[in-house]
Design a protein around this ligand. Sequence first.
Ligand code: ATP
Ligand code: MG
Length: 202
Amino acid sequence: MKLMSESEDKHQQRMAKKKAIVDEKIAQAQEERGVLILLKGNGKGKSSSALGTMARSLGYGKKCAVIQFIKGRNETGEMKFFKDHPLVDWHVMGHGFTWETQDKSQDIAAAEKAWALAGQLLQDESYDFLLFDEMSYMFKYGYLDVEPVVKALQARPKMQNVMITGRTMATPLQDIADTISTVQEDRHAFHLGVKAQEGIEF
Ligand code: ATP
Ligand code: MG
């Protein structure tokens, strides 16, 4: 048998200690329920991460829905990929808010319509996973009140998972969230003058 050097021995001890701590934490996390996950921050990767999580849920045959609160491009790769999936309902907020629109009353009407749908999904046990993409802007611009959204999230079916994305996140949502990740921008190709490209940006 190979003799362990002192550093290997120390490494093994350290790892064993670490494992014991992690095992203890795993043993303690026994609650089974859905979670509210918020993805915020200025960096790239929020919507794509949420869609990756949705793909993970779909792998287990879970029923999912996406509501895009901001209608950006008419078509995106993710929409092309997911919209016809039998377990995915894909909704784009009508003639909703885009960076180009300047019609506030139309934006508010679209936001309210999207929220009416979101509220229904939050009462529907058959949905395992909901993604409210870019929903946070609705609160930032005052298109929706956050309180009814908080109430509906708190009253949702026990096993339902919800993800909300957007650069800024209303504090009341952060107060009730289970997981919050901030995607920080260290650099973005756009600022190097690289044009947005299909399959990466949209
Ligand atoms: P993605 O959809 O790629 O995961 P995201 O959801 O984190 O990005 P958004 O704020 O929703 O980011 O912006 C969406 C679009 O803007 C994407 O095309 C993305 O590449 C681009 N983008 C994201 N972050 C930046 C940034 N810091 N500078 C310029 N463009 C960005
Ligand atoms: Mg996004």
